[in-house]
Design a protein around this ligand. Structure first.
Ligand code: NZQ
Ligand code: ZN
Length: 387
């Protein structure tokens, strides 16, 4: 087990009807709020009305940023910063999935920054005096509700890049599983795949002896494998939605990387290029890439990890070690297919003639990954295996 510091101040209010605590939590920070949401789901589901009546009852001033897209754009961040400055906003409330929350984190960092917010994605200046943010989660997937990361896209440059700071961790997140009953099959499956992918990024790691995070991660994978198919078939199954939601919040909050020295994150970098160019749904891209990334990384050195994965997650054990590993990888792909995710990039509209360019961009800052270091040629091979 490696040394680590784990400090996660986000308060999680989990369960049905936790929305009643919204204004109480906000007022600890400010009574002037930017309410941010996406393409209208919050209005269709009635969540918007519930938020508004909660804010009005406590005389909290609010202004709105709507229309934040999946794979949130830097243009929404700029608009949000303008709204905060013009309205002397003191608190940002994100109502939605990871895209809304990420956009709000970038706004939060940018309000008191004297420059263009895209700098946070490219030059990584320190985040100073961010506005506090809170979230109302409506989709179990990214873990953004419980971490300090944000991923923002730029259509002009066809880039999708990450930023992060501990000070961007939400002050609170309201995680009511009932708010995810309306998520469709595609996004439910994509969310589950994203949760599992966050674990893969941390689990496939050569640091041995950190049993606490390893066993927690295996449990989270098993939870996703158990409940994702139920949530896809029965969208209003509370236990399925609740387990996926808590799995989302625990998968990328620092807990499971503690003692393991962080994660690999190559597959995420490879996927972000797909989203940047083809606006791919993040979890779908990951689910297609990951079985191929696993195959590509399998070697004598990495074999023991795959054996643990096969034995402890899938209950697969044969007398031949490589056979065991390959069966677990195949099982991973079959699982993703079983919840409605295709197997190839071609099926989701990725064009082959852009693969080389995306591979070059994935390694724009140098080779990626830790479990296995990947350069441009490696990334291109993984894209081709996934095509
Ligand atoms: O736009 P609205 O109307 O809200 O609809 C959304 C959107 O179309 C819909 N949706 C959300 N909640 C719903 C719902 N539909 C019905 N009922 C509900 N309750 O779902 C669609 C996708 O939403 P989005 O927020 O894009 O999904 P997700 O939570 O998967 O977020 C994906 C973004 O997060 C980034 C991804 O790269 C991607 O940009 N990530 C952020 C991370 C982080 N901050 O830690 C880590 C992740 O690895 C990831 O990179
Ligand atoms: Zn992810």
């Amino acid at each position: 087990m490696l040394n680590f510091t784990y400090n996660n101040p986000t308060k999680i209010l989990f369960g049905n009807n936790q929305l009643v605590n919204l204004s109480y939590e906000i007022k600890k920070y400010s009574d002037r709020v930017l309410l941010a949401y996406g393409g209208g789901t919050v209005k269709k589901t009635g969540l918007y009305d519930r938020i508004i009546s909660n804010l009005k009852k406590e005389s909290i001033f609010f202004t709105e940023l709507s229309g934040i897209q999946p794979n949130p754009r830097i243009t929404s961040v700029r608009e949000g910063i303008r709204l905060c400055r013009d309205n002397k906003i003191g608190f940002i409330l994100a109502a939605g999935g990871g895209s809304i929350i990420d956009c709000c984190k970038a706004i939060s960092a940018g309000v008191n920054y004297d420059g263009d917010p895209w700098d946070f994605l490219t030059k990584h200046p320190p985040v100073k005096n961010p506005l506090p943010i809170g979230t109302i989660l409506t989709l179990a997937a990214t873990g953004s509700e419980n971490n300090g990361y944000a991923v923002i896209s730029n259509d002009e440059t066809e880039d999708k890049l990450s930023m992060g700071a501990d000070s961007l961790r939400p002050k609170f997140s309201i995680c009511d599983p009932e708010l995810t009953f309306t998520v469709n099959r595609w996004h439910t499956a994509a969310g589950a795949a994203d949760i599992m992918s966050h674990i893969f990024e941390q689990y496939f790691n050569i640091v041995e002896g950190a049993d606490v995070p390893d066993r927690i991660m295996e449990a989270i994978l098993k939870v996703a494998i158990k409940y994702a198919p139920i949530a896809v078939e029965q969208p209003d199954n509370y236990e399925a939605r609740a387990n996926l939601m808590w799995a989302s919040s625990l998968s990328l909050c620092g807990l499971t990387a503690s003692g393991k020295g962080g994660g690999d994150w190559a597959a995420h970098a490879i996927e972000h290029e797909l989203s940047a160019v083809f606006d791919v749904t993040h979890g779908i891209g990951l689910a297609i890439l990951f079985p191929n990334w696993m195959k590509y990384c399998l070697s004598d050195e990495t074999l023991p990890r795959f054996i643990s994965y096969a034995n402890n997650v899938w209950n697969i054990s044969t007398t031949e070690k490589y056979e065991t590993a390959n069966l677990a990888i195949e099982k991973t792909r079959e699982f993703f297919n079983s919840i409605g995710i295709p197997s190839t990039l071609k099926e989701i509209g990725v064009k082959e003639d852009r693969l080389e360019e995306m591979a070059a961009k994935a390694v724009r800052y140098g080779p990626i990954g830790k479990f296995k270091l990947l350069n441009k040629e490696d990334v291109l091979k993984i894209y081709r295996m996934s095509y």
